[in-house]
Design a protein around this ligand. Structure first.
Ligand SMILES: Cc1ncc(COP(=O)(O)O)c(C=O)c1O
Length: 440
């Protein structure tokens, strides 16, 4: 247990939750009553003065840690010069510098171009619109378990939890779903090594021969590691198989790196672990260290077909966000990406120790600092134990450790990339005590 000053939640936090409940729409579904006062790196303090170790980084957003001095400096400097001047109507250097930096970090040898958005879902919207525009085809293939956002286009591809779609039909037509290659819970009764091939065959030999002819498919969109769906790492070969299908039928391949990108997995893009170059990458979350920003980055050959006025927004290229993007990418490139790889391996090995000790931990998986711990009712059946995952999250909070769940029964670890081995040890100690307390 860390040295907490009050019972959790403390009196100030409780009062703030009441004020919030009165004026905020209730659809947010807060997971526990953490009320932030300030943060530094991987540490955060609530308004009652309690300190926590943050292993979720505001849902994988604060990539450089809370209030990294270089990001703060860049934002402050820019705020004193100018804050906004409509990036889709005029030019400004912070936007060009951010785009130059971002395109220089893209995989493969192609040239790339950027559209800046304010969020992940808008980056996905831009990708879908560009894919339809460039190919003159309508259909999009997404995956069960995927999360791409909540605006109508993205939501139509999102297939993670039914409550995200409930009450919002009809959604965008032309979306078809396939099975993600999940080696821990394969959608078919097959060995984990066969799951990628089955998933690929389903697209080519079921979808294409029954519901959507490949000539009508504009794009296949997938997350290199499924995020909200449960931190699912597909077997090697799955992405190459998707690339091959796309090449065979003239379909564009979109990698949604909103959660997995910006150094989190030890490489700038998670797709780089697969040696596959997609046609479009969407990014957000870690891109601006907490400033609201996203980007759709497409190979120039594809992006350049967009005529002026075909797409746009008001705040994309916002100067504060752009300075945060440039600084974030620099800091990540200069060492945080490497840190995510090495501290991530250490973290993973320590989590495997817990897996050996606790019966209800069914799987520990991930890459770099994108790690999932899956709870099961039974090691053999692997039936998801969602109550256990929730109990772990809530008990960890009371002990000074901030965690989040994803999928049906997974705790996700997506800390700031500045995490140290000492902080991993602190987190493991707190988690171990938590697991004992909930009877895991
Ligand atoms: C892979 C992925 N794509 C898109 C989104 C949507 O991003 P935003 O919430 O910024 O709209 C998310 C958010 O969790 C995501 O994980």
């Amino acid at each position: 247990m860390t040295d907490l000053l009050t019972t959790i939640p403390g009196p100030r936090a409780q009062a703030m939750v009441e004020r919030d409940t009165a004026v905020m729409v209730p659809c947010s579904g807060r997971v526990y009553p953490f009320v932030m006062e300030r943060g530094a790196g991987c540490e955060v303090w609530d308004i009652d003065g309690n300190r926590y170790l943050d292993l979720n980084a505001g849902i994988a957003v604060v990539s450089t840690g809370h209030s990294h001095p270089r990001i703060v400096q860049a934002i402050q400097d820019q705020a004193a010069k100018f804050i906004h001047m409509a990036g889709t109507d005029f030019y400004n250097e912070p936007m060009v510098k951010a785009a130059e930096k971002l395109t220089s970090l893209m995989p493969g040898d192609d040239e790339w171009q950027v559209f800046f958005s304010n969020s992940g879902t808008e980056a996905v919207e831009a990708a879908v619109k560009l894919a339809r525009y460039a190919t003159k085809r309508q259909n999009i293939i997404g995956f069960y378990g995927a999360f791409h956002g909540r605006s109508y286009g993205s939501l139509s591809i999102t297939a993670s939890k039914p409550y995200q779609r409930k009450g919002f039909f009809p959604l965008m037509p032309g979306v078809f779903h396939a099975f993600y290659a999940n080696p821990f819970r394969p959608p078919w009764d097959v060995d984990p090594e066969q799951v990628a091939q089955y998933a690929l065959d389903f697209i080519e030999h079921t979808l294409f021969t029954t519901t959507t002819p490949p000539e009508d498919v504009a794009a296949i969109i997938a997350e290199p590691i499924q995020g909200e769906g449960g931190y699912i790492v597909p077997p090697h070969g799955f992405w190459q198989g998707l690339r091959d299908i796309c090449d065979r039928y003239g379909i564009l391949l979109i990698a949604d790196e909103v959660q997995s990108g910006i150094g989190r997995t030890g490489k700038m893009w998670a797709i780089e672990h697969e040696n596959v170059v997609p046609d479009i990458i969407t990014t957000a979350k870690g891109l601006g260290s907490g400033l609201p920003v996203g980007a759709m980055v497409a190979r120039r050959e594809i992006a350049s077909v967009w005529k002026p006025g075909a797409h746009g927004n008001t705040y994309g290229g916002n100067a504060l966000a752009m300075r945060a993007v440039y600084e974030t990418l620099s800091v990540v490139e200069e060492g945080l990406m490497e840190n995510a790889g090495s501290v991530g391996s250490y973290f993973m090995s320590r989590l495997h120790e817990l897996e050996d000790r606790f019966d209800h931990i069914g799987d520990v998986r991930g890459r770099g600092l994108m790690i999932g711990m899956d709870f099961v009712k039974d090691q053999k059946t692997r039936e998801p134990h969602s109550e256990m995952a929730n109990a772990v999250m809530e008990e960890a909070f009371r002990r000074g450790l901030l965690l989040l769940t994803c999928g049906k029964s997974t705790i996700r670890f997506c800390p700031p990339l500045v995490l140290t081995k000492e902080q991993v040890d602190e987190g493991i100690q707190l988690l171990s005590e938590t697991l004992e307390a909930v009877g895991a």
